[in-house]
Design a protein around this ligand. Structure first.
Ligand SMILES: Cc1cc2nc3c(=O)[nH]c(=O)nc-3n(C[C@H](O)[C@H](O)[C@H](O)COP(=O)(O)O)c2cc1C
Length: 335
């Protein structure tokens, strides 16, 4: 029987257990890591989680005006270094989530920046209008992801995660609603996936092939003209094919925000069954027994949790006590 406390690997990274703190955005006024942020990550690491994905981290200096952590030039590296050092003290892995927000930012908070997007489609959540990206801008954003990944490596991160979920720029390229391009980046799912594939490729070239790259994707956009199930299958197959190290499966989670239970379980189980790649299931994971059942009934092997850590920092300790009570005779696998 597999347990949530197995000492295992996610791709090439050793993990002390199967729990991952899913990304929660960190606020900062100037893009730099503050002492308060470092303290928060040290506390998370002390909690006994296996790995932490940072809050979305901006790859573009222009978006640095947003009150979110950035990693868009060498000047940001020393702050991130302090953060990774604080986490590594506790035998916990730390992954930098890299993001370009684009039209997902609300107008008024973006200092007059004109949002760019695959097509000039206003954002469904924020209403922010967008200008269609030129080919040169597509290549430029890819390069910014590559530069940020290199900075992440220099800052001591154990890997990076491309945020390609939740309607941010990378996710918009995948989604027919936002991507109405008629060039090689739009139309078929092969074309809509091209931005993600090329970005992954330039990041690999920048960081070296031994540096883990995870990708967070939607299994559903929650809109009628969002990605289809077949699109999602194609995206997962492609990520496996290009050598991504793990896929974190999410979706437009806001309609599910008050549900308990892992609402993307079926899609994640299918992706894990069909692709030999570590799959992280995120969204609604709350109960040790439910996660244990999923772990043993599917090929999903890691569990992301965001809000549970914000509410109860000692949640892993509680799970450990529950585990010892319920599975007293089960041995923990040690790799
Ligand atoms: C306050 C808050 C901030 C979040 N920030 C991010 C983020 O920066 N990047 C991301 O991929 N997801 C972000 N999420 C979504 C979570 O990573 C996760 O997918 C979602 O909360 C569902 O998981 P949960 O049920 O365990 O909370 C955020 C969620 C919350 C509640």
């Amino acid at each position: 029987m597999k347990t949530l406390f197995d000492r295992t690997r996610i791709g090439r990274l050793p993990m002390r257990n199967r729990f991952i703190r899913a990304a929660v955005t960190d606020r900062t006024y100037d893009g730099y890591i503050s002492n308060a942020i470092i303290k928060n990550y040290a506390k998370l690491a002390e909690s006994g989680v296996g790995a932490i994905v940072t809050g979305m981290t901006l790859v573009d200096g222009e978006e640095k005006i947003l009150p979110i952590v950035a990693l868009c030039s060498d000047s940001f590296v020393s702050g991130h270094w302090k953060l990774t050092e604080a986490v590594h003290k506790h035998d916990v892995r730390i992954i930098a989530q890299l993001a370009y927000i684009g039209s997902y930012t609300a107008v008024g908070n973006n200092g007059g920046l004109v949002a760019i997007a695959p097509s000039s489609v206003p954002n469904l959540v924020t209403g922010t209008p967008a200008r269609e990206m030129r080919l040169g801008e597509i290549k430029l954003i890819q390069k910014k992801f590559a530069d940020a990944a290199k900075c992440a490596r220099n800052a001591g991160y154990d890997g990076v995660e491309i945020h390609a979920a939740h309607g941010l720029l990378m996710s918009q390229f995948l989604t027919p609603h936002y991507n109405q391009r008629t060039d090689e980046y739009g139309g078929s799912i092969e074309n809509r996936t091209r931005m993600l594939v090329e970005t992954h490729h330039v990041m690999r070239e920048a960081t070296g092939y031994d540096f883990p790259i995870w990708v967070k994707v939607n299994c559903t956009d929650g809109i009628p003209d969002g990605i289809t199930d077949e699109d999602f299958d194609y995206i997962c197959r492609t990520l496996k094919g290009i050598g991504a190290d793990a896929i974190e499966i999410s979706g437009n989670w806001t309609p599910h925000a008050f549900k308990s239970g892992a609402y993307f379980k079926d899609a994640a189980a299918k992706a894990a069954a069909e692709n030999d790649i570590p799959v992280i299931l995120t969204g609604g994971n709350r109960k040790l027994l439910d996660m244990t059942e999923i772990l043993n009934g599917t090929k999903i092997s890691f569990f992301g949790m965001a809000r549970p850590f914000s509410r109860e920092i000692a949640i892993i300790e509680r799970f450990r006590r529950e585990f010892e009570k319920n599975f007293a005779n089960t041995s923990i696998y040690v790799m």
